[in-house]
Write a protein that binds this ligand. Structure first.
Ligand code: HEC
Ligand code: HEC
Ligand code: HEC
Ligand code: HEC
Ligand code: HEC
Ligand code: HEC
Ligand code: HEC
Ligand code: HEC
Ligand code: HEC
Length: 427
């Protein structure tokens, strides 16, 4: 009897063992004494990593742990063994050690393909070609490293709106260093002047910044669209016009045909600036006052000045013409005459203004004038229709006056007749 009970017990315990080994085939959370101990420490510097790593963190979500970046023994309960350098503990990786730490996975195509088949694996290689990477190699530890832009813990997908490199956040991330005069103090431009720290402030004044932040236009550029994500370097001489041209292709094509393209070192930037690209207006055009052309062209014998003034005059004339024709058409329209065709034609004329402003980038006065002349021709047609409308109105008014007169006469005649009848019935 006892034997049978023992047998049954043995079978049962074997079954339990089997079941438990099945359970452990599911990846049970590996020991992580790093997290356990660091969560209980009091110094915020030591607990924050544990807290952030336990929140949204792309690496924890992919099954990685503290040891994957820091090394050490994640099964050891005491600090000395956990932090053992013989177990690969590196402390807080900084400088080149940090680049190597992140690159161990991010430059490993085989590993990365398992998680994100389309992910690039050239971040560290690109970084090495950037000013940041080169200066780090030269011993400057205050340049940006992987964790300066992405954070070390609580790293999110770059498509996450809360990521520090999401389009609407990236400028502030770069600004933590680039807007800090003390941080950037030891650096200078090739001409010896101190490296400016106004990029973020200037960028905040730009049409690009307002399109991105106020217009929610994620296609508007921020720092990394012009400077690259990892190969962060200022677009080199000659490439500057190309940077703008990646988005403004038609302007770039027109500019390429201009005399300026051969002369300007900085392409578009010569006239628009780089960080504070302001909303353009016709006031930028001309050879006097605040016009950008005036910085290089002035005087009656300067062909550039003559062209600049000619283009400006042509634009102003067409604008004035559109204004006048518009008034005429709305007057006629308000009086009840159908003017939808003329309104369409006015839109056409306005589009000639836009086309002329684009054509202007080729710095060719006759080409601009040809477009403006099309606008003027359209206006001539609009005005003719407008005058016809006015004539029609005049005709209608005259007709109305005549019929009103006739009605009045009739009323008076009726009135007289009624009085006559009245007198007859009350003699
Ligand atoms: C029993 C507690 C304990 C355990 C376990 C532990 N740590 Fe620490 N850790 C500390 C304390 C305390 C410090 C503060 C520095 C010191 O006292 O050495 C620290 C500091 C660190 C630092 C900062 C070192 C520096 O150079 O600034 C890192 C990184 C770190 N721990 C990572 C880990 C990792 C990774 C593990 C697991 C493999 C781990 N810790 C396990 C308590 C612990
Ligand atoms: C994706 C890699 C990565 C993972 C995973 C990671 N760390 Fe770190 N950790 C870093 C880097 C890089 C630094 C250095 C950051 C810096 O200097 O800006 C760092 C710094 C630290 C520091 C020092 C903080 C300070 O301000 O001095 C501690 C402590 C730390 N980590 C603990 C942990 C713990 C605990 C875990 C797991 C819960 C963990 N880390 C997971 C990359 C990682
Ligand atoms: C100067 C800031 C900066 C530095 C330094 C930096 N990154 Fe990035 N990283 C970015 C930006 C900006 C993006 C792109 C975000 C986007 O696509 O909108 C990005 C994107 C990424 C991506 C997503 C895939 C991709 O390539 O677009 C990974 C992975 C990445 N970085 C890893 C790294 C690693 C590893 C390092 C260090 C070798 C590093 N980064 C250094 C700013 C930086
Ligand atoms: C143990 C391997 C490993 C290490 C070490 C590592 N990563 Fe990652 N990282 C990954 C994997 C895997 C992903 C997930 C890719 C995915 O699913 O898109 C990832 C994702 C990322 C992303 C989000 C990319 C995206 O698609 O938006 C960034 C940013 C990133 N890591 C930065 C870093 C930085 C910075 C370091 C160093 C401090 C680092 N990683 C260290 C493996 C690693
Ligand atoms: C951790 C601080 C830090 C962060 C964050 C940082 N940078 Fe830098 N950056 C530097 C330092 C320091 C230099 C070196 C200056 C030098 O050598 O001229 C530099 C150099 C540069 C240069 C070259 C300037 C030159 O000399 O012509 C560019 C361009 C640049 N950074 C762009 C960026 C962009 C874009 C971002 C954000 C995506 C960024 N940086 C984030 C610190 C930083
Ligand atoms: C629309 C494109 C564009 C954007 C957006 C942009 N830059 Fe630039 N940046 C340039 C160009 C072009 C140059 C080179 C100008 C030159 O040669 O005079 C430059 C130059 C620089 C330089 C070298 C020093 C200087 O001021 O000439 C730094 C540093 C820099 N940018 C950082 C940034 C940072 C940080 C941001 C985001 C706040 C940013 N840039 C946004 C185009 C851009
Ligand atoms: C990543 C794409 C991108 C790059 C690079 C870029 N822009 Fe823009 N730009 C835009 C978008 C988007 C707008 C806002 C929408 C619009 O008005 O066309 C804009 C607006 C403008 C405007 C105002 C247009 C208007 O009618 O109000 C000017 C001027 C301009 N950009 C010049 C530049 C210059 C100069 C550069 C290079 C230094 C440049 N852009 C680089 C995308 C870009
Ligand atoms: C020679 C000076 C000069 C250069 C170089 C230049 N622009 Fe312009 N740009 C202007 C002026 C002036 C205006 C304003 C025209 C107006 O409103 O009458 C303007 C207007 C614009 C506009 C707005 C057009 C509109 O319809 O309101 C955009 C966009 C633009 N430029 C982009 C560029 C790009 C991209 C480049 C380089 C490929 C460039 N510009 C090069 C002087 C220049
Ligand atoms: C940074 C200096 C600079 C600015 C700004 C500039 N130009 Fe020029 N431009 C030149 C130079 C240099 C030449 C070639 C020498 C010359 O003919 O004066 C030139 C040539 C021209 C020419 C050809 C003249 C000829 O000989 O047939 C025209 C047209 C012209 N510019 C128009 C403009 C207009 C319009 C603007 C403003 C939107 C402008 N430029 C802004 C420097 C500039």
């Amino acid at each position: 009897m006892l034997q049978i009970i023992r047998r049954v017990l043995m079978i049962l315990s074997a079954m339990a063992l089997c079941a438990s080994s099945h359970a452990s085939a599911q990846p049970a959370p590996a020991a992580n004494t790093c997290l356990a101990c660091h969560s209980t420490l009091t110094d915020a510097k030591l607990t924050t990593p544990a807290k952030l790593f336990s929140g949204p963190d792309v690496h924890r979500e992919r099954g990685f742990a503290c040891v994957d970046c820091h090394g050490g023994d994640p099964a050891a309960g005491d600090k000395a063994r956990a932090h053992d350098a013989a177990r690969g503990f590196t402390g807080a990786p900084a400088g080149q050690v940090q680049i190597a730490t992140c690159a161990r996975c991010h430059s490993d195509a085989t590993l990365m393909r398992r998680f994100a088949p389309k992910q690039r694996v050239d971040q560290a290689a690109e970084y090495a070609t950037s000013v940041h990477g080169k200066q780090l190699a030269a011993g400057h530890t205050n340049v940006a490293t992987c964790a300066s832009c992405h954070g070390p813990h609580g790293i999110r997908l770059v498509s996450d709106a809360k990521s520090p490199v999401f389009p609407t956040n990236v400028a502030a991330t770069c600004a933590t260093c680039h807007a800090d005069q003390r941080h950037m103090a030891e650096y200078s431009l090739p001409d010896g002047k101190p490296l400016p720290t106004n990029q973020f402030a200037d960028y905040q004044k730009s049409v690009h910044y307002s399109a991105l932040t106020k217009g929610n236009d994620l296609s508007a550029p921020t720092c990394n669209d012009c400077h690259g994500n990892h190969g962060a370097a200022p677009p080199g001489v000659g490439a500057v016009a190309n940077v703008c041209g990646t988005c403004h292709a038609i302007f770039a094509a027109k500019f390429q045909t201009s005399v300026h393209a051969q002369i300007f070192d900085k392409g578009c930037v010569e006239c628009h600036g780089n960080h504070a690209v302001l909303k353009p207006s016709d006031d930028m055009l001309g050879s006097t006052g605040h016009a950008v052309c005036a910085t290089c062209h002035s005087g009656a014998d300067d062909k550039g000045a003559v062209a600049a003034d000619g283009m400006r005059r042509g634009l102003e004339e067409l604008k004035l013409g559109i204004g006048k024709s518009g008034e005429l058409i709305s007057r006629v329209g308000n009086a009840g005459i159908d003017v939808s065709n003329q309104e369409l034609a006015l839109t056409e004329a306005r589009s000639r203004l836009t086309l002329a402003r684009t054509e202007m980038h080729a710095a060719n006065l006759p080409a601009v004038n040809a477009i403006l002349a099309e606008g003027t021709t359209i206006l001539t047609g609009v005005d003719r229709a407008g005058q016809d409308g006015v004539a029609e109105l005049r005709f209608r008014r005259r007709g109305l006056a005549i019929s009103l007169g006739a009605i009045l006469l009739l009323v008076v005649a009726l009135g007289l007749k009624v009085r006559q009848l009245d007198r007859r019935s009350h003699p």
